[in-house]
Design a protein around this ligand. Structure first.
Ligand code: 2HA
Ligand code: ZN
Length: 274
């Protein structure tokens, strides 16, 4: 028995590899964090090592004090997660102030949590609060079609949500709340973390202009599925715009959206309908 046999670790590794197979994680691009349940911590803790030193994050979230996260490693590659988990990923514990982490497993040979850990951490904090603790996953990927859209579409939640909803009929069912947009910012620090968590107060997903996508959800299936649905819709949007040279002859109308919402029992964000 090894920590790698534990179900939650297996499912985390599979999700990383699924993202690699989609082509969303060139080199060390992208990152995934998961807030563990107390039962999962208890299952994994016999395999924990002597903890590392506490490292301050530059951001604070009191509602995440004492939590444990599985995280990808800074500068480590998604491509290697399935082959070499103990170097590529790790588990960190958060201190009782909610402002520092320390490594309790993995990230061997001097690894650290993802460079985007502050953004993940603040997003976990707002999604945990907004969903009464249900949301556990934050996933950042370099999704090429959505990134391409950030060069051709106004950087507003309405413009992105409308373009994506109109690109595939199931989109308004999968993300009825829409997607938010964060303007271009320097990645990796507290500033982009706070800007993203502001957007995540309202949305399950945030577009990072000219960079990628952040998605949140209760589990890997829903969160990965959200990323996949958004990126596929962006691909369809780009194909339609390119092949039609920017000219759209017909699309899904706002009344069509209202009919979908009624049939599927979802509440669409009315801010995005005219
Ligand atoms: O981990 O994706 O945003 C590398 C990145 C930074
Ligand atoms: Zn990135």
């Amino acid at each position: 028995m090894s920590i790698l046999d534990i179900d939650i670790i297996q499912r985390y590794i599979r999700t990383c590899n699924d993202g690699w197979l989609q082509g969303w994680h060139e080199r060390n691009g992208g990152n995934l964090t998961y807030r563990m349940t107390p039962e999962e911590v208890a299952q994994c803790s016999p395999f924990f090592q002597e903890p590392g030193a506490w490292v301050n994050m530059g951001v604070t979230a009191e509602n995440l004090a004492g939590e444990y996260f599985i995280t990808t490693g800074s500068g480590r590659f998604f491509r290697n997660v399935i082959l070499d988990p103990s170097h590529s990923i790790g588990i960190v514990e958060i201190n009782d102030k909610g402002d520092s982490w320390r490594i309790v497993w993995g990230l061997e040979d001097g690894g650290k949590p993802t460079s985007e850990f502050p953004s993940h951490f603040m997003n976990h904090s707002v999604r945990k609060a907004a969903t009464n603790g249900a949301y556990r996953v934050i996933y950042h990927a370099h999704t090429p079609n959505l990134i391409a859209m950030t060069f051709t579409t106004p950087l507003t939640a309405k413009a992105f949500t409308k373009a994506l909803w109109q690109s595939a009929t199931e989109c308004p069912v999968v993300f009825p709340g829409g997607v938010g947009v964060v303007p271009w910012m320097v990645p990796g620090g507290a500033e982009i973390a706070l800007a993203t968590s502001e957007v995540m107060k309202t949305f399950d997903a945030a577009v990072w202009a000219h960079h990628g996508t952040f998605c949140s959800g209760p589990d890997f299936d829903i969160t990965f599925g959200l990323m996949h649905t958004i990126e596929k819709a962006a691909q369809i949007y780009n194909l339609a715009m390119a092949s039609g040279q920017g000219k759209i002859l017909q699309t899904i109308t706002d009344d069509n959206f209202r009919a979908i919402a009624k049939e599927f029992g979802v509440t669409l964000n009315e801010d995005f309908l005219d």
